[in-house]
Design a protein around this ligand. Structure first.
Ligand SMILES: Nc1nc2c(ncn2[C@@H]2O[C@H](COP(=O)(O)OP(=O)(O)OP(=O)(O)O)[C@@H](O)[C@H]2O)c(=O)[nH]1
Ligand SMILES: [Mg+2]
Length: 277
């Protein structure tokens, strides 16, 4: 028994050390050179984080391409893949060979949804940045409407909880988990969670200037709360949508992501307290 307890403490200690370890390079998005933007720099940069999405990636990118072409704007899509064992990045690279607006970032030494999204923004050249999941839970065809709502706004959130949005056929246990996560967040950091109806949304667009040169601390699988807490976001728009079931493959959310979520809430609460001093 004492050995078992010792081993448990050792595992918890190692996890804590890993969770607290600083990143190799800071998560700061640089200023885009507005005076002389790079030739061909797009207006929108949309990040698609992927891990083991080989069954979704091709149809998802096809639908996303149709939606973005309909919007008639200049754009780039950046797939950030963490060296998925199922070969997602190779499939995406094949598509990029025939779609010049698609770029691939393959990460070998970092892992995690939130950090992947921020690394994507660091590679992005657009004036408006955003993110959408590759599993079809966010319908790509809502992007043109989100772009319309960016007019006069700093940030547009795809919401399940207002403006005709809904959680669709989300299973009961996932609804309970999601509602609990929102309630804990609202209790911990009301100034952040009260700003939008769906602070844990994984699909949103925002203007680059809102986070330029601000160091983000992405952890786990939620990024919008980072932007709301640390960014220079003033005008917010929302766009309702019905969340769909993942089309194929499996959720990547791990226990570790939930642990990181609670650590993130604590850090964000401290950050928003410092800001209001
Ligand atoms: N690069 C990268 N992408 C990830 C990672 N984990 C998840 N993703 C991607 O992020 C998106 C959302 O991940 P999901 O696993 O579906 O998680 P979720 O949508 O937050 O939760 P579910 O409702 O359980 O599906 C998908 O496109 C995933 O492929 C990761 O560790 N690294
Ligand atoms: Mg999902």
């Amino acid at each position: 028994m004492p050995f078992r307890n010792g081993a448990l403490w050792l595992i918890l200690f190692l996890m804590a050390v890993e969770l607290c370890a600083p990143p190799a390079t800071p998560f700061t998005v640089a200023t885009r050179p507005t005076a002389a933007p790079a030739p061909g720099a797009p207006w929108l940069s949309l990040i698609v984080p992927t891990y083991n999405e080989s069954s979704n990636i091709a149809p998802f990118l096809a639908d996303l391409r149709a939606a973005l072409d309909e919007a008639a704007i200049s754009y780039e899509v950046i797939v950030v893949d963490d060296d998925s064992p199922d070969g997602t990045s190779d499939l995406a690279a094949d598509i990029a060979a025939k779609w010049p607006n698609l770029r691939i970032v393959r990460r070998a030494s970092e892992r995690g949804l939130a950090s992947a999204v921020v690394r994507g923004w660091q590679a992005a050249r657009g004036e408006v940045l955003g993110t959408i999941n590759a599993d079809f839970q966010h319908p790509p065809e809502m992007i043109p409407e989100m772009l319309r709502r960016m007019e006069g706004a700093d940030l547009t959130v795809a919401t399940r909880y207002a403006a005709d949005g809904s959680v669709g056929a989300f299973p009961l246990h996932r609804r309970i988990l999601s509602t609990s996560a929102r309630q804990v967040g609202a209790a911990f950091a009301p100034g952040i969670f009260g700003r939008v109806s769906d602070p844990l949304s994984g699909c949103y667009l925002f203007r680059r200037h809102t986070i330029e040169n601000i160091e983000l601390q992405p952890a786990g699988f939620k990024t919008l709360i980072e932007i709301l807490a640390r960014g220079r976001v003033q005008k917010i728009a929302e766009c309702g949508y019905t969340m769909r079931k993942r089309r194929s493959g499996q959720s990547n959310v791990r226990l570790r992501d939930w642990m990181e979520y609670f650590g993130q809430l604590r850090r964000l609460r401290n950050a928003s307290r410092r800001r209001s001093l």
